[in-house]
Design a protein around this ligand. Structure first.
Ligand SMILES: Cc1cc2nc3c(=O)[nH]c(=O)nc-3n(C[C@H](O)[C@H](O)[C@H](O)COP(=O)(O)OP(=O)(O)OC[C@H]3O[C@@H](n4cnc5c(N)ncnc54)[C@H](O)[C@@H]3O)c2cc1C
Ligand code: FES
Length: 249
């Protein structure tokens, strides 16, 4: 059993940081945990969340409150918490290369841990962090510290550059080449990122609806050029060029 070490910390509008002590052997950026902070059958299933950070045996998650499960998690008291994982296929970690990370909303969460690990492996890390508005930006200072460069974009222009992640990516990619691009966020954004990447390798992390989260129910199946894949077992990280986007949009 894992242990929530302190009350969830409010980071920004509707977003909370959960710190959970857990015996972890390996944890790659892009992997997720299945979490349940309630007893009984409502909600029925555990909820999946990407790893935002890891400090030895403490996992950090950023949770955006959207419904009953996340609402309960955001109000939990320290103590035991039901956690499965880390599980799923994470991002490919390059060494001594130049990489671009592009995240939208709560999709920036897995990119934080990814940026940290990529920096530790000698990569030059550029990041585009997109959000609806200033109230939805969390851990700005940490992103600036970890990455070599960060561009913040907001849809309403209340912070950073006005516009979308893809507007900023289009501009950067017009004059700079990257060895790999990583993206997580809304489906339409990731789809555009794959188009913008052209021939550059791009990995995306899907956040579609999960059921069991452990490969049994087929509820998370998506279509790829290699056939139908279960996002919870074969992903959530996929080669962006392999996704048949119509199955997700
Ligand atoms: C691999 C993976 C990683 C994820 N990582 C994070 C993370 O780091 N932080 C985070 O806050 N969330 C993350 N999510 C999304 C998170 O799992 C859902 O928001 C959560 O399960 C909602 O539970 P709930 O009971 O609060 O909401 P529900 O009552 O289940 O749903 C409330 C509303 O949210 C919508 N919703 C629920 N799940 C999703 C989803 N997956 N995509 C789009 N809309 C949804 C529903 O349609 C409904 O409108 C991730 C999802 C996946 C699959
Ligand atoms: S969520 Fe059940 S198989 Fe993936």
């Amino acid at each position: 059993m894992a242990l929530l070490v302190e009350r969830p910390l409010r980071l920004c509008s509707a977003h909370y940081l959960l710190r959970i002590r857990h015996t972890i052997r390996e944890c790659m950026p892009g992997q997720f945990v299945n979490l349940r902070g309630w007893s009984g059958h409502d909600p029925l299933l555990r909820r999946p969340f990407s790893v935002f950070n890891r400090e030895s045996d403490v996992l950090e998650l950023v949770i955006r409150v959207v419904g009953k499960g996340t609402e309960i998690l955001s109000r939990m008291e320290p103590g035991e918490i039901d956690l499965l994982g880390p599980m799923g296929r994470g991002f490919t970690i390059m060494e001594n290369r130049s990489v671009l990370l592009a995240g939208g909303g709560v999709g920036n969460a897995p990119l934080h841990y990814l940026a940290r690990m990529l920096k530790e492996r000698g990569n030059r890390v550029s990041c585009i962090y997109g959000a609806r508005s200033r109230e939805y930006i969390y851990r700005e200072k940490e992103f600036r510290e970890i990455c070599d460069s960060v561009i913040f974009t907001t849809d309403d222009g209340s912070f950073g550059t006005a516009g979308t992640v893809t507007d900023a990516a289009r501009e950067i990619l017009s004059h700079e080449a990257f060895d790999r691009i990583y993206s997580c966020g809304p489906t339409a954004m990731m789809r555009s990122m794959v188009e913008l990447a052209g021939s550059a390798p791009i990995e995306i992390s899907v956040e579609n609806y999960f059921g069991c989260g452990i490969g049994l129910c087929m509820g998370c199946t998506i279509e790829t050029t290699q056939g139908m894949k279960r996002a919870c077992i074969d992903g959530p990280v996929f080669d962006g060029s392999s996704i048949k986007w119509e199955s997700l949009c």
